[in-house]
Write a protein that binds this ligand. Structure first.
Ligand code: PFF
Ligand code: NA
Length: 452
């Protein structure tokens, strides 16, 4: 039998896990979420969620992967035959995300290029909506060369290249370069942002605590939601990555490091984004709260406008959009690895064949979004994946293991045997009670909003 691939070093695994975790969620989701949910006061539910759900779940997924040394579906089937589908559900979600993630990375590549000479002109919003999206939406079979198609293909070539080279020479190697680079880029951006006029007003708005929000249930839901998404939990990623760990690995310690590293990137991004928003508010004589945005609007409409107004704008633009590309590709590699590993094991085929088959299918599916209608499709798919797919995956996972398989003690023994920090009752309560209740509540809340 072919020997299971392994990470070259402990730091290699950590960088890959951090590479998966650190993504668009840190850069464009966290800052606005924190701001809208109590500012400085948000850090209380956020830290609570990190310690009662994020890190406990990371430990659980790392332990599952390490103990069963398999992709997510096979790991679950080893826990109990009837649970294999939970792994496939997670893999399916990752597959779907990997079909539209490349589009956003492709936009970031285009905008890295546009940064030279700020090609978005005087009205970046109009440029993005009318010029950029309309030009790039000529469709797969459109008569104009669809400009986003080329960077999308480029992203896939990258992904195939690194995944094709395997765990150590591909995934580990890529993250060894990407993550330190990303950290340096983040630090340069933050320093630059902090020295802009108005930066302090921005930080003031970001950190000012609104303690009145702390009893608000929706704030707590937002904190847990941010933690789940941001740590790439319940996507089959962390199980797959941990299955490549050597036998002797301190699981618990690795989970704490991953969790805190991801949050540090989040905090850093929050500081950078709000310093820049403070600058924007000053330039346009508006309150900071008027210019706060998240997601696509923040990255492709607000940021270009701010970048244009800054000295050395091209340089700053390349750094910002380059950071999106690096963060995006390392996450993209991790989601794609889940189904390649799963397909390879299920059908006992080579890694190369699994990559051709799984990656090829995802590549073809991603072309569906590279046109006008595709944009609406992307929004809809993204909404359902984030609001139902992932929450359900997390819920299935903890309920199956904690309640049905009664498997927490087994996993705890496994983790404790190889880890310095021993898991106590805190860990079992977090997974057996707190996490399922919060996830169940989150689902109901989403259903309520959607049905009303
Ligand atoms: N954890 C990533 C972030 O915070 O941006 C998002 C993510 C990456 C989600 C990969 C899902 C995934 F498969
Ligand atoms: Na993250």
């Amino acid at each position: 039998m072919e020997q299971r691939s392994q990470w070259g070093t402990r730091i290699g695994f950590l960088l890959a896990a951090i590479g998966s975790a650190v993504g668009l969620g840190n850069i464009w989701r966290f800052p606005a979420t924190a701001f809208e949910n109590g500012g400085g006061a948000f850090f209380v539910p956020y830290l609570f969620a990190l310690l009662t759900a994020g890190i406990p779940l990371l430990i659980m997924e790392y332990t599952i992967g390490h103990k069963y040394r398999s992709s997510s579906p096979r790991s679950f089937s080893k826990i109990s035959k009837g649970m294999e589908w939970i792994g496939w559900w997670q893999v399916l979600i990752s597959f779907v995300i990997s079909t539209y993630y490349p589009i956003i990375i492709a936009w970031s590549i285009m905008y890295t290029y546009f940064s030279f000479g700020t090609k978005w002109g005087d009205d970046p919003t109009a440029f993005f909506v009318s010029d950029f999206l309309n030009k790039s939406d000529a469709g797969i079979f459109g008569s104009i060369v669809p400009s986003v198609l080329i960077p999308v293909i480029f992203v896939w070539i990258f992904v195939f290249f690194f995944l094709g080279r395997g765990v150590k020479k591909g995934i580990e190697f890529a993250n060894r370069i990407f993550i330190p680079t990303l950290l340096i880029v983040f630090i340069i951006i933050v320093i630059r942002a902090l020295t802009l006029p108005g930066a302090m007003e921005g930080l003031d708005a970001f950190f000012k605590p609104d303690w009145s929000r702390i009893m608000d249930g929706s704030v707590w839901i937002a904190a847990y939601g941010q933690i789940f998404f941001s740590l790439s939990i319940a996507f089959a990623i962390m199980i797959t990555y941990a299955s490549y760990l050597p036998k002797k690995s301190d699981i618990t310690n690795n989970a704490f490091i991953t969790g805190f590293a991801n949050s540090s990137f989040e905090l850093l991004a929050g500081i950078g984004v709000f310093a820049v928003l403070g600058f924007m508010a000053t330039q346009t004589s508006q309150p900071v709260s008027e210019v706060v945005q998240s997601g696509v609007g923040l990255a492709f409409m607000v940021f270009p406008e701010i970048i244009s107004q800054m000295p050395a704008s091209s340089f700053f633009g390349v750094l910002f959009f380059g950071a999106l590309v690096l963060a995006g590709i390392s996450s993209m590699i991790s989601i794609s690895e889940t189904y390649i590993a799963a397909v390879q094991e299920k059908f006992s085929i080579s890694r190369g064949k699994a990559l051709m088959f799984g990656g090829g299918l995802a590549f073809l599916a991603s072309l569906l979004y590279a046109n006008q209608g595709g944009l609406n499709l992307l929004d809809t798919v993204d909404y359902f994946i984030n609001n139902y797919g992932v929450a359900l995956a997390g819920l299935f996972e903890v309920v199956a293991i904690a309640w049905f398989a009664k498997g927490l003690r087994d996993l705890q023994t496994h983790a404790d045997n190889i880890s310095d920090i021993k898991l106590g009752i805190w860990w079992r309560i977090s997974l057996g009670a707190i996490t399922p209740v919060v996830l169940g509540f989150m689902m109901l809340q989403n259903l309520k909003t959607d049905l009303s």
